[in-house]
Design a protein around this ligand. Sequence first.
Ligand SMILES: *Cc1c(COP(=O)(O)O)cnc(C)c1O
Length: 423
Amino acid sequence: MNLSKRDIKHNWHPYTQHKTASPVVAITQGEGALLWDENGKEYLDAIASWWVNPYGHSNKFIADAIYKQLTSLEHVLFGGFTHEPAVVLSEKLMEILPSNQKKIFYSDNGSTAVEVAIKVALQFHYNKGIAKTKIIALEDAFHGDTFGAMAASGISFYTQAFQGSLLEVVRVPIPTEGNEQKALQVLHELLATREYAAFIFEPLVLGAAGMVMYSPEVLDKMIALCKDYSVFTIADEVMTGFGKTGKTFATDYLVNKPDMMCLSKALTGGTIPMAITTFTQEIYDGFYDDDVNKALFHGHTFTANPTGCAAAIASLELLQTKEMQLNIERVNLSHLDFENKIKNHPKVKATRVLGVIFALEINTSSQESYYGNLRNKLYNFFIENGVILRPVGNIVYVLPPYVMTNSQLQKVYQTIENALEIV
Ligand SMILES: *Cc1c(COP(=O)(O)O)cnc(C)c1O
């Protein structure tokens, strides 16, 4: 029996209604931007396998670093111990993070990175004897699937079954073009109540919402407002980090820097699950005390796993090569060309590009749901044509590995153009 048939006997897949979903595809090999299934069919991975893989599949440089680490020290607990990969990775990250970021806390995935940030924001105030238990987030945000991260998320598909069991989160409109004043006003009113511990946001691009974009200028103003009211700002760069927006971090476009940052996805080049949350000195100092109760009692068994750290160090080295920086520019220019070509297509409502991210909204008369019929039709069309794209509602987006070649990019664009004919 083939793998995809054997799979459904025991495996429960994420975000999947198994009764109605199309069969899963069993992938047996990957190289660069390409994947092959068990029947030898080729796919272009145009979303970098959920945004984790900028340097290409089966990257030899990262694989060698992992192998070397596995055969010297695969893992050691991080409570009371440390190791070279964690020390070196933190030093390297400090060189590229905004200069106000001074401390790094390791965890396992984007959700835990957000969870840590939210807990730190709440406990910082608790340690000072102040009860601030609410946070502010953007409408349609996505911050992960664990309870704290889910509470901050605003896409109902992910959260509706759990309303009532969640941390209190109040929402601000996404400050997209034309909505800046409204967003600033709502944020200002919330801050003035002085009830909030933190404002969490996906800087410049809301990924899961469909690559919804807004300007650095308005985010700078929002952060400045939060600073006026001493409300911590948390930049969730789990998706945007490590070059996706054309700069190393989306916050590199800002004048005002956030108090905390969450990073994961591309951190290890799509090899080993790992995440970090970074903090200012002020936040760290809010936990630094003779009283053990003021410590951050949070930790994961695999915290700062040496193999993950080695993969991250190798990934950072790749990101910083001239070649990879040129790849990011090349993909960006290619997206801009395609945007110019497609934006006046009668079925295209809107397009947007930032860094290696391209998104296109399809004109529809109906209100398209996140996992609705149009989305499924498009998804199946792309898979049939050997291109991995996961539209959200009526939005098709491309976020390729930086190493995707020009001709591969052209095939992705052509397939999107062809898809417009079937909707
Ligand atoms: C994917 C994502 C997360 C969650 O990361 P996981 O590794 O899936 O837990 C959090 N925030 C943002 C912005 C993301 O894109």
